[in-house]
Design a protein around this ligand. Structure first.
Ligand SMILES: *Cc1c(COP(=O)(O)O)cnc(C)c1O
Length: 490
């Protein structure tokens, strides 16, 4: 399997090279030259556990890794760090199947890929005889940052630098990041939003002069964001896993289609579901759920991607994004791998902050359904689910479920549906408590314990007593200072 840039100007790479580099040198993103297929129906995986299914999927994409290498990465990634032995439990509540992706160390779905990425990367360094220090840059809307820090803390020959929007994450998300231990970890709040952080990081990757200077000093930059194919590929696993488990439980018949609903920000998670579908997992609709920053809803419904709009800080902050990077990959596939089309669209985006796709691409967007949730709809969805079924969702998952319910009401489509449940409700305690017990008072850390008393839902290990940890990273910078900050550290 080779990887090519969506802007098409460069030769193809192996997966190890693409993972090491993170972002292509022509500003494009790496995609597999073709999406590999399961050549038999998925029932052969019945009885396999998460790790075994991970091997089935990863070995189709990471063909330059040996089976032993992949097994080793998988073993190290999906171990006791996960608080549930199944790794990803599936809860059948309120007429949908919740794929709980948040039982890893940092209590959000980012752990699914970032638990394995450091192992894939260190193996890639060996394979490519890379003797430079790898510096991971990450922009985060709240969850990638902590998951990447945990994954890379004290990993030999690496350094990790994270930028988060100072006023755009929950108190708990922030506390998780600023208390991070590890001799190679660096964390900065920026005065700006996630888009500013991600644009800043991409600029640094595309700064040839800077990268040459770093090369001379024995430093190579890479990415922990979903622009790195090493993030996307491990995320395909859990959609295959979900299908196999529903089959095993007799919830669906072999070959029967399911829908998948994904609360979406940077379009990484739902793109992984798209890959799963094209590998042969019977998926009918991909339901793309947004919050009030509904640029993707409008795009899927009109073919016009327009970022010239107000930016909102919402109660689902990990999806407060207007520039969804991974959409570039989808457009590349939908346009028949046409890099000239992508070049033009991304150029329009950079210059005019918007683009319009042609009719062919627009037609092919019909495999998606898109909708969004207002702030109060998110909260009432959490409340209703809790009161009616005793099941506690976080705000992002609630956005996904809300949009699924709207889809159901509009279409009457009774296809069994899997909701990507992306975070523990304890990461967004303020909002979840506001939904289920608005009269409760206290700061986010006090509410955490109160929520536990009321609901009996276990607090994730990584969040217990997090307010008592020493703050190690205190710096807040302007968004223009990202480059100089990195130069200073390195
Ligand atoms: C990152 C994140 C999302 C959005 O995922 P994308 O891959 O960026 O679309 C949704 N929910 C939570 C909790 C997240 O951390």
């Amino acid at each position: 399997m080779r990887y090519i840039s969506t802007r098409g100007r460069l030769e193809t790479k192996t997966s190890a090279q693409a993972i090491l580099q993170g972002l292509a040198k022509d500003k494009g993103l790496f995609v597999p030259v073709e999406i590999p297929k399961f050549h038999k129906d998925l029932s052969y995986m019945k009885g396999m556990d998460y790790k075994e299914i991970a091997l089935e999927v990863l070995s189709k994409y990471l063909t330059d890794y040996t089976e032993e290498e992949l097994k080793d990465c998988i073993q190290k990634a999906y171990d006791e760090k996960f608080e549930e032995s199944e790794i990803v439990p599936i809860a059948n509540k309120g007429g949908a199947f919740f794929l709980e992706l948040y039982h890893g160390k940092t209590a959000a779905f980012k752990d699914m890929a970032l638990s394995i990425l450091p192992h894939l990367l260190t193996k890639a360094m060996k394979k490519e005889n890379e003797d430079k220090k790898i510096v991971i840059l990450a922009a985060t809307s709240g969850d990638t940052g902590k998951a990447a820090l945990e994954g890379f803390a004290d990993v030999d020959n690496t350094e990790i630098i994270v930028f988060f929007p100072e006023d755009g994450v929950s108190e708990i998300q922030k506390q998780q990041m600023v208390t991070q231990a590890g001799g190679n970890t660096h964390v900065f709040g920026i005065k700006g939003n996630f888009d500013d952080a991600q644009t800043g990081v991409k600029k640094i990757f595309n700064d040839n002069k800077l990268n040459e200077d770093f090369e001379k000093k024995g430093i190579k930059l890479s990415s922990a964001n979903s622009i790195n194919p090493g993030r996307l590929i491990p995320q395909i696993v859990y959609y295959v896993y979900a299908y196999v488990k529903l089959l095993e439980r007799g919830e669906i018949q072999n070959g029967e289609s399911i829908n998948v609903a994904v609360p979406t920000g940077n379009f990484g998670n739902i793109l992984s579901a798209y890959y799963a579908k094209h590998m042969g997992v019977p998926i009918n609709k991909l339901i793309c759920a947004s919050n009030k920053n509904k640029v993707l809803t409008d795009f899927i419904n009109t073919g016009i991607y327009d970022t010239k709009r107000e930016f909102y800080v919402t109660n689902s902050p990990s999806m407060d994004i207007l520039i969804s990077s991974n959409l570039e990959r989808l457009l590349y596939h939908l346009s028949g791998q046409n890099d000239a089309v992508i070049d033009k669209l991304m150029d329009d985006l950079e210059r005019e902050k918007r683009y319009v796709v042609d009719d062919t691409v627009r037609q092919s967007l019909h495999s998606f359904y898109a909708g969004y949730a207002e702030e109060d709809e998110t909260l009432s969805t959490i409340k209703d689910m809790y009161l009616e079924h005793g099941y506690l969702m976080d705000t992002h998952t609630a956005v996904g479920y809300h949009v699924y319910k709207r889809y159901l009401a509009e279409t009457g489509d009774k296809t069994k549906t899997v909701i990507a449940s992306t975070a523990s409700p304890y990461k967004f305690t303020n909002s979840v408590m506001q939904a289920i017990l608005p009269e409760a008072r206290g700061n986010e850390f006090e509410l955490l314990n109160k929520m536990n008393e009321i609901t009996g839902v276990r607090i994730p290990k990584g969040l217990k007593d997090i307010d008592k940890l020493p703050v190690r990273h205190k710096k807040v910078i302007q968004k223009e200072e990202m480059k100089s900050t990195i130069e200073e550290i390195l």
